[in-house]
Design a binder for this molecule. Structure first.
Ligand code: ZN
Ligand code: ZN
Length: 267
């Protein structure tokens, strides 16, 4: 879940927690967009000076709601090539329950919002670069969970058959290092997608399962009413595909959620 600190999410953090309780979730996690140096992408993330306060606020909520719902401390980390030492220090400073790693920058200045303009003519290059960066992120050891695996589809560039090799190779690397991949339900509400669907698509989820990738379900909520968004649909999808367990995290250690509880436990 995100918070207003990132400037594109709304609603008090308490409202997200209350919504989680209302839905009967066992645990919820905040994972707002991390600060980057030199004010990079400052309009869509918290400032460096706000990170302490963010962590403190989540820890306060953890105490306040103890016994009602578990509140986890997470971060959505932007993987930017070359910034690994900066990210490593940032992550080492706080007691995260989990770090979600996402690729939103193809190079220092090329963030996702500019991809359609820049790469409409060369979608193959976009995907090669995107998955190359994702594999670097996977190998970096900086994160626990891979975010929105096929997010270029949000920029009008869904992977095609030509990217099958990149996808297979990347899933194998994720499985090999034992990272977890999220099934992110925000795609059900993103009007930019040709078809409302999760990130990644059901076909890639199935391929990930076959490759032995550990899965979890996230709503990527940017408002309280998006907490646990359309989890029931993912539940039926996973049941159909024969998925029997999901991962959870505490203090950056992966746990298996009990099968009957796991599909409705995480937000
Ligand atoms: Zn966001
Ligand atoms: Zn993201």
């Amino acid at each position: 879940m995100h918070t207003p600190l990132c400037k594109h999410a709304t609603g008090p953090m308490e409202a997200c927690v209350e919504r989680g309780i209302e839905l009967g979730l066992r645990a919820i996690g905040f994972a707002d967009h991390n600060p980057l140096p030199d004010g990079r992408g400052a309009d869509v993330r918290m400032a460096e000076s706000e990170l302490d306060g963010y962590v403190q606020k989540v820890l306060d909520l953890q105490c306040r709601y103890h016994g009602k719902i578990e509140v986890l401390l997470g971060l959505e980390m932007d993987y930017v090539e070359g910034l690994e030492p900066y990210l490593e220090k940032q992550i080492a400073r706080y007691p995260w329950d989990y770090v979600i790693g996402g690729v939103h920058y193809l190079d220092a200045d090329c963030r996702m919002s500019s991809w359609p303009r820049k790469f409409k003519g060369d979608v193959g290059w976009l995907h090669r670069r995107y998955f190359e960066l994702m594999r670097k992120m996977v190998r970096s050891g900086l994160c626990d969970i891979v975010a929105h695996f096929d997010v270029p589809k949000r920029s009008g560039c869904p992977p095609t058959g030509a990217q099958a090799g990149e996808i297979t190779r990347t899933l194998q690397e994720i499985a090999c290092v034992g990272l977890c991949m999220e099934i992110n339900t925000s795609g059900y509400r993103h009007a930019e997608l040709a078809e409302p669907e999760t990130y990644p698509s059901a076909a890639i989820v199935e391929q990930a399962m076959a490759a032995g990738v550990t899965l979890m379900v996230n709503s990527d909520a940017h408002a309280p009413d998006q907490v646990g968004f359309r989890f029931a649909e993912v539940e039926s999808l996973l049941r159909r595909k024969g998925c029997t367990r999901l991962a959870g995290f505490r203090q950056r250690k992966r746990e298996w959620l009990e099968p009957e509880a796991s599909l409705t436990a995480m937000a």
